[in-house]
Structures are given as C-alpha cells and as structure tokens.
Ligand binder design. Sequence first.
Ligand SMILES: Nc1ncnc2c1ncn2[C@@H]1O[C@H](COP(=O)(O)OP(=O)(O)O)[C@@H](O)[C@H]1O
Ligand SMILES: [Mg+2]
Length: 261
Amino acid sequence: MTLLAVEGLTLRNTAGTTLVDDVSFTVSPGDRTGLIGESGSGKSLTALAVMGLLPPAITATGTVLLDGADMIRAPRGRGDVATVVFQEPLTALDPLMTVGRQIGGPLRRWQGLRGDAAKAAVREALSEVRLTDTDRIARSYPHQLSGGQRQRVAIAMALVCHPRLLIADEPTTALDVTVQAEILELLDRLVTERGTALLFITHDLPVAARVIHGTHVMRHGRIVESGPVAGLLSDPEHEYTRTLVEAARRFDAALENTRRE
Ligand SMILES: Nc1ncnc2c1ncn2[C@@H]1O[C@H](COP(=O)(O)OP(=O)(O)O)[C@@H](O)[C@H]1O
Ligand SMILES: [Mg+2]
C-alpha cells in the first residue's frame, strides 16, 4: 500500500490566496522523495498538511492519506507512522525540558515505555545519532548543546519510535557546512538501515541529490516538474528547474575558485 498519497492538495490563507495549488504525489514504503523549490514555494505547508499540523488560518482541500488515515478531514498525531525534523531544532525542542525527557515523550506515548526501560531506550536513541556521553546529553537542556548536537537530538526524537516515514524539512539549512555534511550522512545511514521512507525538503538541489532518488520541483505552490534527481541535474525540462541547476553550478564554481586561491 502507498504509505503517503497526496491528491489535489490545495491550501489557502484567510484572504483566499492560494499557497499550495493542486499538489499530488505519493511516497511508498522505503522511497526517498524530494520536494525542492525556492523559499515560499509551499514546501513546508505541504509537510504540515501531511502531518496534520496545519495552522488554523489555512484551509485545505484535496486529500492526504497517511497510512490510510485522512489527515485533512480528521487530522491527528500519527507519530507512530510519520515524524518530522525541522530546519531549526530549537522549534522542535522544548527549551524547558531535558533532552532525555523529550525523547522519552514519544516512547511513552507510542510504546508505553516508562522508567528504566525508557531511560535505556533514550540512551540507545542518542548513541544511534552518534552522540557520545549520552547520560550527560540526556540531562542537558537544548541551549546547553551545539546546533549540530541539537539537530542530532531532534533526529533521535523523530526516529525513536521507528516511524515508516521521516519528513526532513530543510534539516541542514541552519547548520555550518561541515556539520551539514555530517547530518546528511547520518540521516542517509539511519533511513537506509531501517528502511524508513524519506520525504526530503530543501531549496538546495545538490544537497537533495546526495540523499534522494526522485524529486518533485515546486514553484509558487505547484509541482512544475518531477523525475529522478540525476535526470533533473543533467537535463532539466522546466525553465525554473534549469535556474535551480544553474544557481547550484555557479555556487560550485565559486567554491572551486576559493579552494584554488
Ligand atoms: N501560517 C501561515 N499562514 C499564512 N500564510 C503562510 C503560513 N505559513 C506559510 N505561509 C505562506 O505560504 C507560502 C508558502 O510557505 P512555505 O510552505 O513556508 O514555503 P517554503 O517552505 O517552500 O519556503 C508563503 O507565501 C508563506 O508566506
Ligand atoms: Mg520551508
């Protein structure tokens, strides 16, 4: 069965402006799919609709079926099926709660784990995202960690209950370039090991190309092109995809020049 089926999803604000326009795509178990587009193209709203987390000011039509559950007409948390990692881990983490308690939250909610069993599972989750000194990290508050450590914690929290779909919404955009590469590698390894489906959202085509296979290109709320990432990079059909590829090439060339200097 299709894990996620989005069909004719249209989102409007209170003024009636269309923010996401007739978007359709599917994600099957184990797929790695991208949503790529410039800032404001409707990627995050699409992700929120999938998670049943749309703000009240947004009205939705169309269908989102997540593991068969209707997330538009009956939105409810399906943290056992799908979870999300956001661009800025501080938005996902509660500043007033220790990391250990936060990761313990989904374990309690979805697996009924408490006490020592929950503590052991938290430590295991932290070591899976390659955090060392897991006892100290579990006792820490988010502000006591670096940006990269916080994103690792957010990933641990998202994956702790083994969801079948992970949505990563610009998961590396707020991080330094070297940390970005580490986090991408970590995500890649974890979803591979577990066979988790990945919906990877980014404005950055080369970043996407490292972790996903097929992608949809979004612009002004619409999907304008879909296909394998390699094909889009070498032979973009839509004018807009071409500009994304060109921008990425210019960036690479500039990087090469600074390396040579
Ligand atoms: N909570 C909201 N209420 C009203 N408009 C929103 C809200 N969130 C985003 N938008 C608008 O919807 C459009 C798409 O936003 P978003 O999905 O965040 O884009 P992206 O993630 O691709 O950068 C933008 O024009 C943005 O201003
Ligand atoms: Mg966004």
